[in-house]
Design a protein around this ligand. Structure first.
Ligand code: C2E
Ligand code: CA
Ligand code: CA
Length: 488
């Protein structure tokens, strides 16, 4: 009964929360679909646990959502049920913007909210019972642990608990919402004879496996944004470090921190698969914060001990626009005893698009002793003039130009120009994605100082990186430095 009552309460609560969120939004005045308006929708989506998306409707068209500006005409179907007299609700709606699994929809005034039914019951997953949740119109809005639908159907009229066909069940109703919890464990008691202990052990294991599967399945049902929000909450991000190498000596001078999303099943997700969504949704902020914390915790002692080493951290457009990040870096890394001079901030051209803001943040960063590098240089639209107007320290040459070295393609001529330009502007140069000896030789011949790439080392977990650096430092101390061929 406890599970059924929790499930019904949660279902009712999440629709009520969504309606309250929309009422808050409706109570404020916004010029439709401006950055401020969309920004507020995003903030509310991130703060309301069960709201996946908010949309704004005007003159029969969806004008914008928490994802951004839209323009789609919509045909409104009669509501499946009402909550009070001003809130309409539908179940089984396919999101217009993101496609994806059907969810429920709540509408208040010109706003609607997608409510994820998976989220409603997800938190009950480890209770073991199968659950069916029905909306006030009788439609199934969520299920958990694959209930026997036939049985659930027969139980829907009941309002109590009991035993039916070897199943314990409980039905609970709240404000029109019905939750039916079904557990078949009673049928198992008869087996508790000689193999009692073996059974307990196996049963425990099987339960763990089933809970794992259910948690996985219920997560699968979430939208990518929903999953990412959970990952942020559960702190599922790990940082790998790719050594930055001085080309001439082959010695390690520092590392770039590269984030990975470690799924509960251990799978590592590449950053390019979730960073764009994180940037769009604003989740990049807590992710950046988690990266900064990891860097402090994992590399703090090493950087403290070796002031010549540095760590480079990637920042997105928003971080650079607001300058917020300087405070976080200062607080978190300063507390670990890392000197500002050991920290490089990397921003892409895209991240520096708003030149006035960028100039301000870069200026302030350098005043505090950080170095600032422009990442993926050459892949955006920036001109030389643009580059000249920013007070940068370093330029990272994108892998695509390094790939083209000695390939006799149109791109292969570009790298020489980029190198000349960086030298003329007095910028340090770091070449990315060096995979062959030949590429390294070319870069040395053209006066490039630093590089990173699989030819030297792949990104690796902190512990491995520390071992790698220590070996590199020992080589340096003993003077046995392997000069690259181009030097010899
Ligand atoms: P990036 O900053 O250009 O990072 C370099 C990428 O090239 C990394 O991919 C690295 O693993 C990869 N790479 C390095 N050497 C080689 C090589 O020799 N061969 C090949 N094939 N690849 C090489 P990764 O780790 O997948 O990161 C992809 C991008 O995700 C990064 O590109 C960066 O833009 C973004 N990113 C990573 N971590 C963060 C973060 O903490 N915050 C933000 N905002 N973005 C991040
Ligand atoms: Ca980078
Ligand atoms: Ca890059």
């Amino acid at each position: 009964m406890a599970i059924a009552s929790q499930a019904a309460t949660r279902a009712e609560q999440s629709f009520a929360d969504a309606a309250a969120t929309l009422k808050t939004l409706g109570g404020r005045r916004y010029i439709s679909c401006t950055d401020a308006h969309i920004g507020e929708m995003r903030r509310l989506v991130l703060n309301a646990r069960t709201v996946e998306e908010i949309g704004y409707i005007e003159d029969g068209a969806l004008k914008c959502t928490s994802w951004g500006v839209e323009h789609r005409t919509i045909t409104e179907m009669p509501a499946d049920f009402l909550i009070g007299n001003d809130v309409k609700a539908w179940v089984d709606v396919v999101p217009l913007v993101t496609g994806g699994n059907p969810t429920s929809l709540v509408r208040v005034g010109p706003y609607n909210a997608l409510v994820d039914p998976g989220r409603l019951v997800e938190l009950l997953a480890d209770q073991g019972a199968a659950v069916v949740i029905k909306a006030p119109n009788g439609a199934v809005t969520a299920t958990l642990n694959t209930p026997d639908t036939d049985l659930a159907h027969r139980l829907a009229g009941q309002t109590s608990r009991g035993v039916l066909d070897g199943n314990i069940y409980a039905v609970y109703e709240k404000a029109g919402w019905t939750a039916i919890a079904i557990s078949s464990t009673n049928g198992l008691f008869g087996l508790f004879t000689h193999e009692h202990w073996l059974f307990v052990a196996f049963g425990g294991f099987a339960t763990l496996v089933i809970i794992g599967l259910v948690v996985r399945m219920s997560r699968k049902r979430l939208s990518p944004l929903g999953e990412l929000a959970i990952a942020v909450r559960e702190r599922e991000f790990v940082v790998h470090y790719q050594p930055i190498v001085e080309l001439r000596s082959g010695l390690c001078v520092g590392a770039e921190a590269l984030v990975r999303w470690q799924r509960p099943d251990g799978v590592l997700v590449r950053p390019d698969l979730f960073i764009p969504l994180a940037e769009q949704s604003g989740l990049i902020r807590p992710i950046t914060d988690q990266v900064i914390e990891s860097v402090g915790r994992e590399l703090g002692p090493l950087l403290n001990q070796h002031p010549s080493l540095h760590v480079a951290i990637n920042f997105c457009a928003e971080d650079f626009k607001t300058g917020r990040v300087l405070e976080t870096v200062g607080e978190r890394l300063g507390a670990c005893g890392i000197a500002n001079e050991q920290i490089w901030l990397e921003a892409t051209e895209r991240g520096l698009m708003d030149i006035e803001e960028a100039r301000k943040t870069i200026g302030e960063a350098r005043r505090r002793g950080y170095s600032v590098a422009i990442d993926d240089f050459g892949t955006g639209y920036s001109s030389l003039q643009y580059l000249q107007s920013l007070p940068l320290d370093a330029l990272k040459i994108d892998k695509s130009f390094v790939d083209a070295i000695n390939r006799q393609t149109a791109t292969s001529a570009v790298i020489a120009h980029i190198i000349e330009m960086a030298k003329a502007l007095n910028l340090a140069i770091i070449a990315e994605g060096v995979e062959t000896r030949e590429q390294a030789d070319y870069l040395i011949e053209h006066g490039v100082t630093f590089c990173q790439g699989w030819y030297y080392a792949k990104p690796m977990p902190a512990e491995e990186f520390i071992t790698y650096v220590q070996a590199s430092l020992r080589l340096q101390d003993s003077g046995v430095v392997m000069l690259n061929r181009a030097m010899a």
